[in-house]
Design a protein around this ligand. Structure first.
Ligand code: NAI
Length: 401
């Protein structure tokens, strides 16, 4: 059985040890590839590893006869047609939380930077201006930080901010246990009105779109600061620019924008461009070498689990199924099929007729797709597998022997 992976977009070298140890052959291509070149490069490979720029469209996925897994060595998966992949039983993996710490640390740096006016003072120095003044410069100790969204990143920011002596309050729509002495508040309104710095760590949803608009900004304390390292759609940048210009907001740090350039070659402008007391970064909150290494290790381990055991835990597009290691002398059948009644009993019938005993079995379905792992007696010949393959409902079938 061919076990190989095509790695694109200079995926970190730390992805390689786990893959190599599992006997998976690695091929690399430098950057991203356009559609036809991508199809040609994938060829008969069983896996591909990409980052955010390679477009795994329906036609690319359909044209890859042996593809079993698409590994996104990044956070997002919207560069992959997840439905098309699921319809072929192709698992898509990613690494949603490996850069949590990186975003949290950048947020802390920005809180201090904004409170001390570091970035404006730095720019002034580079222009030859010696502006030695304590006006509007504050310690963060004792100031109130309001965290909106107390998930992976929000709760890390909470711990780090408390270590600096900040008072931390947070608002989340799901009840979350407080870290340290942080205090949960029961509304966004309350959080906005009490915080010296508000930092946003929510996902993009219908509810969070434009969550921080002109009305929300009016609820913030006079001179308070706003940080958005989450998603670009969450803050109305025009309203923020207006509030910064008339001094109601004392400063802002923004890493994400409603529209972001596709590459470094495109020029970038937004409502905040050129305003003082604003730190703008090009969506780099999670971009550190440490995060890249952690992503490389995590995603490659997921691929190995999928190849060696059929494990799909944390796959983003297909049912999550996991069984312990199969026992000596047993075979494992991985079967993706259409989610219709009677498939399992057909499979059981075929096994019973072949006098093959089942030792373990786990099935999950989502939408139109079902995935079952079966540990069975060692198959003496190909009859059982041929009959599974001939079933109308079968999408993809694999034997681990
Ligand atoms: P997470 O899923 O762990 O936490 C999000 C939290 O927000 C959850 O606790 C959830 O209950 C809460 N939430 C959802 N809707 C809410 C609402 N309407 N009001 C209040 N709370 C709400 O996500 P994680 O990993 O902490 O990421 C947070 C954000 O950061 C995401 O938008 C993610 O895309 C973004 N991000 C940005 C990066 C960057 O480079 N700037 C890198 C990594 C993540």
């Amino acid at each position: 059985m061919k076990r190989d992976i095509l790695l694109l977009e200079n995926i970190h070298v730390e992805a390689e040890p786990a893959l190599k140890d599992a006997g998976i052959k690695i091929r690399r291509e430098g950057g991203t590839l356009e559609e036809q070149a991508l199809v040609d490069a994938i060829g008969a490979s069983s896996m591909i590893g990409i980052r955010s720029r390679t477009q795994m469209t329906e036609s690319v996925i359909q044209a890859a006869p042996n593809l079993e897994a698409i590994a996104c060595f990044c956070i997002g998966t919207n560069q992959v047609d997840l439905k098309a992949a699921a319809s072929k039983g192709v698992a898509v993996f990613n690494s949603p939380f490996c850069n949590t710490r990186s975003v949290a640390e950048m947020t802390i740096a920005e809180i201090i930077g904004l409170q001390r006016g570091l970035f404006d003072k730095n720019s002034a120095m580079h222009r030859g201006q010696w502006d030695k003044s304590a006006v509007d410069s504050h310690e963060v100790r004792g100031r109130t930080l309001g965290i909106v969204g107390y998930g992976h990143i929000g709760s890390q920011v909470s711990v780090l901010a408390e270590a600096l002596g900040m008072r931390v309050i947070y608002f989340d729509i799901v009840p979350k246990m407080a870290m340290g002495n942080a205090r949960s508040v029961d509304s966004l309104k309350k959080l906005l009105s009490e915080s010296d710095v508000v930092t946003l760590h929510v996902p993009e949803t219908a509810e969070t779109r434009n969550m921080i608009d002109a009305a929300a900004i009016k609820r913030m304390k006079h001179g308070a600061m706003l940080i958005n390292n989450s998603r670009g759609s969450i803050v109305d940048l025009d309203a923020l620019a207006e509030a910064l210009q008339d001094g109601r907001i004392g400063g802002a740090a923004v890493d994400v924008y409603p529209t972001e350039p596709r590459s470094g070659k495109d020029e970038f402008q937004c409502a905040l461009s050129g305003l003082p007391s604003v730190i703008m970064t090009p969506h780099i909150g999670g971009s550190t070498e440490e995060a890249q290494i952690a992503i490389a290790r995590e995603v490659s381990m997921k691929l190995v689990g999928f190849q060696d055991r059929g494990t799909t835990t944390s796959a983003v597009n297909i049912p999550e199924v996991e069984l312990p290691h199969r026992r000596e002398g047993q075979d494992r059948i991985l079967h993706f099929h259409h989610n219709v009644p009677g498939v399992l009993s057909k499979m059981h019938g075929i096994l019973a007729e072949g006098r093959v005993n089942i030792h373990a079995e786990y099935l999950q379905s989502t939408g139109d797709l079902s995935y079952v792992i079966l540990d069975v007696d060692h198959l003496q010949d190909g009859t059982v597998l041929d009959r599974f393959a001939d079933m109308d409902e079968t999408i993809r079938l694999k034997l681990l022997s």
